[in-house]
Every structure is written in structure tokens, then in C-alpha cells.
Design a protein around this ligand. Structure first.
Ligand SMILES: Nc1ncnc2c1ncn2[C@@H]1O[C@H](COP(=O)(O)OP(=O)(O)OP(=O)(O)O)[C@@H](O)[C@H]1O
Ligand SMILES: [Mg+2]
Length: 257
């Protein structure tokens, strides 16, 4: 449902911010993208969502190639960026109308959808206000509402829980589970390993632009018995793992090289 092959981004002469990353997220799956600050998560996500041009690689969203059918691909995905500070001069309601126009949401279904999502995230009363007056968490919530308005099958979320209060984080997690349970897919980056542990069917660990693990949490734990996810993460990002790749081929998931 979401397929990435050989994705690469080079900055400057030869700094590979994202280096030959490949993975697949199947219908019904929630995938977690985990890695240290600067590992390349946002760069990869920006290429997947069309914000950045890749230097190499192919991206397919719900069967549509990002390069050959960019519009169709875009209509089939929700993108929540890592930074919600945009369109600050608009009122919340104006921003949602703009996004609904861009993503071609039928005017007949708009009010009910906006009402349902804004109520679920507790920002309904803030919609008449200008977004510059929103708190960080409120901006984050309206970005999520805006991204979901056209009800796309593929969700791509860059650190979506950051700044959310516990009830909104809970709502979002529930929504991610419900979305996947309907046969759709969710791909999200996070630093919160407990969230990854709770939600993810598959984990992609990225380090210095390279994929160092691609598989299920059970497989990761089997490779590192008696360790918590936090301990595994720290060990895999430590010196002992310099350049070491665990799995990149989905057909051999779980096998340590
Ligand atoms: N426009 C740019 N020009 C040069 N280097 C860049 C640019 N954007 C990002 N980078 C570099 O690419 C690397 C990956 O950055 P990226 O933002 O993708 O990391 P990240 O995994 O999302 O980190 P974080 O967890 O802090 O959000 C970093 O070393 C960063 O400095
Ligand atoms: Mg980032």
C-alpha cells in the first residue's frame, strides 16, 4: 500500500541524508519510523510526500507512483508535517476550508467531517480563532484534522504526538488503530518508543540515512533477547553498530547479517 525503493537524498557534494532506503507497508499495518535526531526521517518523509525531490528512488502510494501520477498519489495520502507553524494568518476554519478545496472534499460532506474531527480533537471551539493565537498543541491538532479531511487510505505522519495532550494523543492512537483495522495503512515517525511498541506491526530503524532494521517488534526482540526496546535502540545506535545493517530485504525480515 506504501512502497519505497532505493530512496536517496544527497545534500551538498556527498552527504547522504537518506541513503538507499527501501520498505513496504501493507494494508492493515501501522509502521513506525524510528531513529536518532538527524537520522534522516523527516528528509525521507518529505520525499515520500512530495515536498522534496529524491535524488534516487521510487515511491508508490496506494498503487500510484509519486513521479508518474503525483496528483493521484497525493490525493491518496494524508501528510502531517513535523512543524505545524504554517498558515498562521488564517483562522482555523479558513485553513480547513482551504485544505478541503485543495483535496477536493465534497462541499456536502465537509461540515460534518470538520465537526466530527475537530470535536474528536477538542478544537471545535477554536476554529473561529486565528491560528497565530493557537498553542503549539492546537496547531498540531488542526494539522492532523486538515490532513484527514479527504479520508485518504495512506497516512504519513512526522512525529504526530509531539505537543499533544494525553487525551488527544489517545484519540490519535485510537484513530490510527481504527484506520489500519479497516485495511488502510499508517506510517509515522516517533521518538517515543512506548508508542512504537504499542502501535506498530512493523518498525523501520534508520541510522545516518541507512535502514538498519526492517521487521516486526517481535523479530527485533528475538534478535536482542532480554532487552527493552529502549536498550535495543541505544545499542543499535551505539558504536558497536557502526555501518552494520540488520535487514533491508523484506523477504528476509528478522535475519541478522
Ligand atoms: N536542507 C538541508 N541541507 C543540508 N542538510 C540538511 C538539510 N535538511 C536536512 N539536512 C540534514 O539531513 C540530516 C537528516 O535530517 P532530518 O531532518 O531528516 O532528520 P530527522 O531524522 O528527521 O531528525 P529529528 O529526529 O531531529 O527530527 C541531518 O544531518 C540534517 O542536518
Ligand atoms: Mg524530523
Amino acid at each position: 500500500m506504501l512502497s519505497v525503493k532505493g530512496l536517496t537524498k544527497i545534500y551538498g557534494k556527498d552527504f547522504r541524508a537518506v541513503d538507499d532506503i527501501s520498505f513496504e507497508v501493507l494494508p492493515g499495518q501501522i509502521a513506525g519510523f524510528v531513529g536518532e535526531n538527524g537520522a534522516g526521517k523527516t528528509t525521507a518523509i518529505k520525499m515520500m510526500t512530495g515536498v522534496l525531490m529524491p535524488d534516487a528512488g521510487e515511491i508508490t502510494i496506494d498503487g500510484y507512483s509519486r513521479t508518474e501520477n503525483p496528483l493521484e498519489a497525493k490525493l491518496r495520502m494524508a501528510y502531517v508535517p513535523d512543524n505545524p507553524d504554517m498558515f498562521l494568518r488564517l483562522k482555523g476554519s479558513e485553513f480547513l476550508s482551504l485544505m478541503a478545496d485543495i483535496y477536493r472534499v465534497d462541499e456536502k460532506v465537509r461540515p460534518a467531517r470538520i465537526d466530527r474531527l475537530a470535536t474528536r480533537f477538542g478544537i471545535r471551539d477554536a476554529l473561529p480563532l486565528t491560528m497565530s493565537d493557537y498553542s503549539h498543541g492546537m496547531r498540531q491538532k488542526i494539522m492532523i484534522v486538515a490532513a484527514l479531511l479527504h479520508e485518504p487510505p495512506v497516512w504519513i505522519l512526522d512525529e504526530p504526538m509531539t505537543g499533544l495532550d494525553p487525551s488527544s494523543a489517545y484519540e490519535l492512537k485510537q484513530m490510527m488503530k481504527e484506520h489500519a483495522a479497516k485495511g488502510n495503512c499508517v506510517f509515522f515517525s516517533t521518538h517515543v518508543l512506548e508508542v512504537a511498541e504499542e502501535l506498530c506491526d512493523v518498525i523501520f530503524l534508520i541510522r545516518k540515512g541507512r535502514m538498519i532494521f526492517n521487521g516486526s517488534l517481535e523479530e527485533l526482540k528475538r534478535l536482542h533477547p532480554h532487552m527493552t526496546l529502549e536498550e535495543i535502540f541505544i545499542e543499535m545506535n551505539g558504536k558497536g553498530h557502526e555501518g552494520k545493517q540488520i535487514v533491508t530485504d523484506p523477504s528476509s525480515q528478522g535475519a541478522e547479517l
